[in-house]
Ligand binder design. Sequence first.
Ligand SMILES: Nc1ncnc2c1ncn2[C@@H]1O[C@H](COP(=O)(O)OP(=O)(O)OP(=O)(O)O)[C@@H](O)[C@H]1O
Length: 853
Amino acid sequence: MATEASGGVGKKRQKKGKNPQKVTTITESTRIHVNQILEQFCKSDDEEYTFEANLTNRERAAVHMLCRKMGLRSKSSGRGDHRQVSVYKTKKEVGKEGKENLVSFRFSAEAKDVLQDLFSRYPPDDGEMAESKFGESFGRTDKVQARRDDIFCKPALTKYEIARKVESLASRIEKSPNLRQITEERSKLPIGSFRDVVTSTIDSHQVVLISGETGCGKTTQVPQFLLDHVWGKGETCKIVCTQPRRISATSVAERIATERGEYVGDTVGYKIRLETKGGRHSSLLFCTNGILLRVLVSKGNGGLRTGASEKMENYVSDITHIIVDEIHERDRYSDFMLAIIRDMLPSYPHLRLVLMSATIDAERFSDYFGGCPIIRVPGFTYPVKSFYLEDVLSVLRSTENNHLKCTSDDGTMEDSILTEDYKVALDEAVDLALSNDEFDPLLDLISSEGGRKIFNYQHSITGVTPLMVFAGKGRVGDICMLLSFGADCSLKANDGNTALDWAERFNHGEAAEIIKKHIEKTFSQTEEEKLLDKYLSTVDPELIDHVLIEKLLRRICTDSKDGAILIFLPGWDDINKARDRLQASPFFKDSSKFVIISLHSMIPSVEQKKVFRPCPRGCRKIVLSTNIAETSVTIEDVVYVIDSGRMKEKSYDPYNNVSTLHSSWISKASAKQREGRAGRCQPGICYHLYSKLRAASLPDFQVPEIKRIPIEELCLQVKLLDPTCKIEHFLQKTLDPPVYETIRNAITVLQEIGALTLDEKLTELGERIGSLPVHPLTSKMLLIAILLNCLDPALTLACASDYRNPFTLPTLPHEKKRAVAAKSELASLNGGLGDQLAVIAAFRGMENCKGKG
Ligand SMILES: Nc1ncnc2c1ncn2[C@@H]1O[C@H](COP(=O)(O)OP(=O)(O)OP(=O)(O)O)[C@@H](O)[C@H]1O
């Protein structure tokens, strides 16, 4: 595949360098700044952005590198002080109008039968989301549901029975010292002093927002305040509390049951996908947003049409309170649910809605619900000491001076050992450059090997370094490159002159100025900053450094005797890598001393629950988790948190019509939540594996999911929720409604691919398309590929289409021609000319190469 045009550090070196990415050094603040500018540019409608001409050579090189990563095109132009780098969006080739390319594909009656049979035997779904998939028409399943979901019905308790329950709770607390202590601790939580305010405000308002800092006690206490209050009046109730994730729904239910001296399944129950505890008799019911959403849209509850006229005897009539927790997380189900409940409230005056959120955007939520009252509660956690990457590096270095030398798996930080032949070649190259102005041999040697030993090589007779050569010859670009690679300005040749002396002696003012500035900057940096810059110049800060994590873990485990450690990683891959590394380490592999637990949304909830079990004495728990342990989850024995700062996020690039699940930086809100997990039950320590500067530059909160999924997928999801609703009417009611025209365009696309009929009815094909969590166009391709028995290449294309164009076009005309020819050659391997065929061939080629090692 052709490479993108790139300016900055000399073409030759770019071509020959082993891995120029590893050595492009810029400061952390510039890296963050450039990143922010590029992200902003991607979000904007602009097609081109030009950086100011004040970027240094290495900064321009970093811009080129970042652009490649982000799927943008970049080009440097101009000379000297006027050299600038411009960035362009590379639009995916989807035909002139995009839609023109859509080919209508109709199923024959026979094919339909085959499809129907296949999917009824092997229903496609993505597991995790299945709780919220509505592919099966409601009519078919309502009967079964009605039986199963009596858990949403109100317990039929008499006044007498309620009084007995209240008395029994009081007596359990009186008899059990453990329960007495828990009750005392509960009363000390910040929310404890808001009990009366909470209950009386909810009595007098249909919607109330509780905006509380982490650890204030809202999740565990507010449901109990309401239950005790209603029981106190001798009335029965059904309080349904939703959580964004299964693990929080079950663990909060368990905790509340414990706080009341009961087992879960009695007064407190939960319902998550494939697992239910409790029943009609449970007055407090925990479930995920997806589960309640299904109940709300099921027959008889009004659905997304949500009209008062639809009011019928149904579950909602039985539910007395709905508590929606963590609404600030803004997952699509919670956004949909809020829109539905908001419409439903006037028809159910008895129903109380309690919204609970962190302090983020409280006013916006309140405005959305007609200015509902906000109760603000301060937070509480035990003191948590926070460290950032620079602190971690210093801490590790203080005991292990060589820490920086082996934090990277591939050993790029290690200086290569110079062979005698190499030294002779370097001597000759230095001589040639000085006497004949022939610089290519020296540049080639530098770029083909890399490593500090080469950049700082001193001629065996004269002691002259490559930096001195370029300084003496006034080659500004090469000087910048060497400095960025870590060349040492303080080295002296045998005549006692430094690189700066060389530049001054030969009157190269600009070169002298650059070296002087570099020396001043290096001098003014603190040791910590130097360490950080040095570290960041050798690793990709956006990848997880498993070696660093292992070293930090070892340090924690050596310095302290107990306390579980919770590590936040972006996804399953990194969880597995970390686990494999620890299990292979002589220090951690002893299972009587360390229990390593993985926590991910895709693992069964029985497995997830292992995380809450205490370890025997002398054994330490290490939890490798995604962000599912970030909110509403308390792992009692956690004292240490290691926050990688990364998470997996689905995002959508409307310009390229590409949606990807990629690792990205977390928000400030997430960082705070992760930190808070260390201080839930005792003081703790949190290690953030990113710099203080990075921490300050994180976005305040994550973009709502509704804005991160392709609009066609969003529209289809709405239709799956309620096949009879009007998509645009419903979406217009959400907190962040998409633009009307984009909804209309998406509906047209869905009609053209046969997912919707012209009068917007969901087709059978549409139901199937919507059951896969990918763009509807991709989903349709996969379904047809199953029918045509060519799923494998279709899967390759599906992955490629959800990524930026893997082919990049060079800008030089002759290279462009070569790239086009190479692509056609690839496509011809599959007997055609299309880009898709080239992608499949390129992927197979890559697999073959990998197979050959
Ligand atoms: N399973 C548990 N075991 C022990 N203590 C717990 C448990 N769950 C909660 N707590 C205690 O109750 C406190 C409040 O927890 P709760 O989840 O109600 O707070 P919150 O305000 O909802 O916080 P967040 O939004 O951060 O989850 C915790 O800080 C912890 O001290």
